[in-house]
Design a protein around this ligand. Sequence first.
Ligand SMILES: NC(=O)c1ccc[n+]([C@@H]2O[C@H](COP(=O)([O-])OP(=O)(O)OC[C@H]3O[C@@H](n4cnc5c(N)ncnc54)[C@H](O)[C@@H]3O)[C@@H](O)[C@H]2O)c1
Length: 254
Amino acid sequence: MELKGQSAIISGGGSGLGKATAVHLASKGCRVGIIDINETLAKDVAGQISGSWASCDISNAESTEEAFEKIQHEIGPIRIMIACAGVATGAKLISKDGSPNNLEKFKRVIEINLIGTINCMRLAAASMSSLDTVHEGERGIMIGTASAAAFEGQIGQCGYSASKGGIASMTLTLARELAREGIRVNAIAPGLMDTPMTSGLPEPVLESLIAKTLYPKRLGQSEEYAQLVEHICVNRFINGSVIRFDGALRLEPK
Ligand SMILES: NC(=O)c1ccc[n+]([C@@H]2O[C@H](COP(=O)([O-])OP(=O)(O)OC[C@H]3O[C@@H](n4cnc5c(N)ncnc54)[C@H](O)[C@@H]3O)[C@@H](O)[C@H]2O)c1
């Protein structure tokens, strides 16, 4: 899919990986719509790139439908949807005193990361499937954001790992389901990235994670994620794939 002139929605576009992707796709000639629960961030990024924005909670069907409607009214029907919105809430199954942890903690992370991604993808797919085809019958492209924790979740990441494992495992399923519509579906599974999500981690934790990143020994940059998004969009033979993006980091139990 050529980027120039296409319309794209990016969930979580107000910060981190989503923000870098929004800026990058806009620089390649896309009209970009930002969806984020944080209205201030969404507005700010949209302002920087002359894009559109809508504030919504992606785990909520109605508000996300309204957000997609508003944005597509402003930038036109989308052919690109990048799902970056997410949270990294951790919780162990049992708390320190041995009692079962609050179920809501697990529910919420799965609702936002997994159900929220499905929610955005269902709206994007429905919209893309009604468009004319471009090259080789292609109508659109969707990219989910999984995580290295989809494969090697650390202690306390049960809900997060499950949410990211869900994104990884539904990627091929959706690519199969949407192939006849000419819509490709892929996911990126980042390792440790330099974003506001990781900036609050204690220095020793960051250092130990960087030490386990084989090469290069540093955090990944949001712009590098955005470059991979661009490549997946333009390279039509990438479909149904979950691409690890982690400097060969393999997470240990803790
Ligand atoms: N940073 C990392 O090291 C890393 C590693 C692996 C995977 N990821 C994943 O990458 C994605 C982006 O993370 P990031 O590092 O850019 O984090 P970030 O916190 O900088 O950005 C996440 C954005 O999502 C938005 N958001 C959160 N909940 C939302 C909701 N319910 N509805 C709409 N928007 C919501 C936030 O407001 C924020 O702007 C996440 O899914 C995260 O799990 C990040």
